[in-house]
Ligand binder design. Structure first.
Ligand SMILES: NC(=O)c1ccc[n+]([C@@H]2O[C@H](COP(=O)([O-])OP(=O)(O)OC[C@H]3O[C@@H](n4cnc5c(N)ncnc54)[C@H](O)[C@@H]3O)[C@@H](O)[C@H]2O)c1
Length: 447
């Protein structure tokens, strides 16, 4: 394929060399003549393992070159990949100056072009940017999106220091687009890259890089906080983290990474508090650990607001224990929701498959008798009774293993706090969960 790469920095230079290696004919475009000259002398613009060999080899073979002439670069290629920088501004927003400049350059070129052109946004940009780039190209070129050109979001996951290896073997290749012809062309461009291709919505493709990198930053700071606490206790923190990563079931895995309601139960809140106290007793600052409980409280408050905003007073809670499959009510966020609703004068009914008052014994019976006796009289063993006598049904657990007449939810407002029920009851959840004022402004002011 014939490909133009806009921006000859880290991402652009590595893309240039690797795309040529994968059998494509590639031309790099940059506004900095010195970078263009380097490529045209068979040299990379960056220092990275193996990139010098790739650029030199494919420059000698005539598979790659560079230019400042963006018009000819676009007119003589089928795909343009945008790899220009998107640095942070002083206020934390990111600068889209270079991306929009490239969009204008591509627009000027495709105004003269007769064939379909695909613009691939490889730079890291916020959700909504793809749409803006498309509008800008349309208005400036007079051409029509998804007819004369398409814009695909295709985030780059390489890391400096191992960029060529990361490019060649990414964990996944993400393609966000709405035009199948363009998606198929981008798939074809990566045919020699060893990774499964994930076709997703444009905004999912745009945000994933931010989510990935924020999580990586969280991992670094979490590990460092653990090490600081350990070192004050004379414990080898590196040994602790080496052990931590050995658990691939709960620690390094998809466990606990499904968005839903707040955490609770008898262990997570208690043990998090314990670890923080250990650190604080030795004057160790642990802002990441400290923030976890704060964030969990925000999730509970958010849950309450999602119920209250419907303006109804009769609320049915389905699921009371801290997670499905247990009758443990200690530190259950659903108990907190129930108490808050009752405190504010709502009429509350509760059903939980595992919390049957007549069968409760041991610690849980003691917990209800001691701490939440006022909830006992609201707990029913009949889910239909709870649904029929409530205006808003709040799902704290997945309904997948509940036996009840799902059509009884049809006339109800359903607030799916656990987040698991849109697949079990797609119609009910899609129709009935709409929030009355759920209109969010896209984060475009950041552009
Ligand atoms: N560096 C990384 O490790 C990495 C990894 C993944 C994603 N990203 C993202 O990729 C994007 C590029 O990052 P980078 O580190 O390669 O940036 P960079 O600053 O190294 O390179 C950007 C290049 O774009 C050129 N440029 C600016 N305006 C131009 C224009 N109008 N036409 C042509 N060239 C132009 C600049 O001269 C420069 O050579 C960013 O959005 C970044 O967040 C970077």
């Amino acid at each position: 394929m014939r490909i133009s790469v806009f921006g000859l920095g880290y991402v652009g230079c590595v893309s240039l060399g690797c795309l040529a290696q994968n059998g494509h004919s590639v031309v790099g475009v940059d506004t900095v003549e010195a970078k263009v000259d380097l490529i045209n002398a068979g040299k990379p613009t960056i220092i990275e393992k193996d990139i010098d060999v790739l650029v030199s080899e494919h420059w000698h073979k005539g598979n790659l070159s560079a230019t400042t002439d963006y018009i000819s670069a676009v007119c003589n290629t089928d795909i343009s990949i945008v790899c220009v920088g998107t640095p942070s501004l002083g206020n934390g927003h990111l600068s889209m100056k270079s991306v929009f400049q490239v969009a204008e350059q591509i627009a000027d070129a495709i105004r003269k072009k007769e064939t379909f052109h695909v613009v691939v946004v490889r730079s890291t940009v916020l959700p909504g940017s793809n749409l803006k780039i498309g509008k800008l190209i349309e208005s400036r070129s007079g051409k029509t999106r998804n007819v004369d050109f398409a814009v695909i979001s295709n985030p780059e996951f390489l890391r400096e220091g191992s960029a060529v290896a990361d490019y060649s073997r990414p964990a996944i290749t993400v393609i966000g687009g709405e035009n199948q012809q363009a998606i198929d062309l981008v798939r074809e461009m990566y045919r020699n890259v060893d990774a499964s291709v994930m076709e997703v919505g444009i905004e999912v493709a745009e945000i994933i890089k931010y989510v990935n990198n924020s999580f990586h930053a969280l991992k670094v700071t979490f590990a460092n906080e653990v090490e600081r606490i350990c070192s004050e206790q004379g414990i080898n923190g590196r040994e602790v983290m080496d052990l931590f990563v050995k658990d691939k079931r709960l620690n390094i895995s998809a466990s606990y990474l499904k968005p839903g309601f707040a955490y609770g139960g008898s262990c997570l809140p208690k043990d998090l508090k314990g670890l923080r106290a250990l650190g604080h007793d030795s004057y160790v600052n642990t802002p990441v650990l400290d923030a976890i409980e704060v964030s969990n409280d925000v999730q509970k408050q958010n849950g309450f607001e999602r119920i209250a905003r419907h303006g109804k007073r009769k609320i049915g809670l389905v699921g009371l224990s801290f997670k499905a499959g247990t009758d443990d009510l200690r530190s259950s966020p659903m108990v907190e929701i129930a108490e808050k609703l009752i405190g504010k004068g709502y009429a509350v009914l509760i059903y939980d498959k595992k919390v049957k008052l007549s069968q409760l014994r041991g610690a849980n019976k003691f917990f209800i008798d001691e701490h939440i006796p006022h909830l006992s009289e609201l707990i029913s063993s009949d889910i239909s009774y709870v649904i029929n006598n409530s205006e808003v049904i709040v799902l704290g657990h997945s309904l997948s293993d509940f036996e009840f007449d799902a059509s009884s939810l049809n006339e109800k407002i359903v607030v799916d706090l656990c987040g698991d029920n849109s697949q079990t009851l797609p119609n009910v959840i899609a129709v009935n969960t709409a929030e009355p004022d759920d209109v969010r402004e896209p984060a475009l002011e950041a552009l």
